[in-house]
Design a protein. Structure first.
Length: 206
């Protein structure tokens, strides 16, 4: 997810940013980074180029390089919600939930009602012992983007941890229909069914 404000750049810079984005979306991350670095060399204050570099490095699981690009972007523009979102995502991957929540809340304040920011914020809050608030925000994200298998899966996992197995299975079934080859969704769907069966068995014998 990148922040696009190409209208304050000359046409050739806007075109370069679009090419960088296209390369990224096609999975050509190294090429996208190379083009973004070229653009940055010519335009050192181009925040969007740094955001694109960070986004590509996240896709390559090179988090330290992504963080470095984000911090450079924030030095140029402290309101870069994309840089804050990426930093929040990275800290979530590290399970540093406090820091993740801080960055994601700030990103959401700058750019409200973005379903991807809300999804990551809801997940971070849930894992930071604010379960109800996390689920409410994840539900908001799903309302904004109801066909997103990642949000459906995250919500399903949350409901599974809350022992609401029927709701978890319902959500994970929808996610599986949208993304049948997703291993995480498959594993969670099987786990939710197994937990529900075990839970129902325990209730019958108690």
């Amino acid at each position: 997810m990148t922040q696009k404000q190409d209208n304050h750049y000359p046409d050739h810079v806007a075109q370069a940013l679009n090419q960088i984005e296209e390369l990224k979306l096609n999975g050509e991350h190294e090429e996208s980074i190379t083009e973004a670095e070229k653009l940055l060399f010519e335009n050192p204050d181009c925040v969007e180029a740094l955001e694109e570099i960070a986004d590509n490095y996240v896709s390559l699981d090179e988090y330290k390089k992504a963080e470095k690009a984000c911090h450079r972007a924030l030095k140029l523009d402290k309101e870069s919600y994309t840089a804050k979102y990426i930093l929040g995502f990275i800290h979530s991957q590290k399970q540093d939930w406090n820091t993740a929540v801080s960055y994601l809340k700030s990103s959401n304040t700058i750019h409200a009602n973005n379903p991807e920011i809300l999804r990551c914020l809801g997940w971070a809050l849930f894992n930071n012992k604010k379960r109800t608030q996390g689920i409410v925000i994840l539900e908001r994200s799903l309302n904004l983007d109801p066909e997103n298998p990642l949000t459906l899966c995250d919500l399903g996992i949350c409901y599974m941890q809350m022992k609401n197995f029927d709701k978890a299975i319902q959500l994970l079934k929808r996610a599986l229909k949208l993304d049948p080859d997703n291993k995480r969704v498959k594993d969670c769907f099987e786990a939710a069914n197994a937990f529900r069966d075990r839970f129902m068995g325990m209730k019958k014998t108690s």
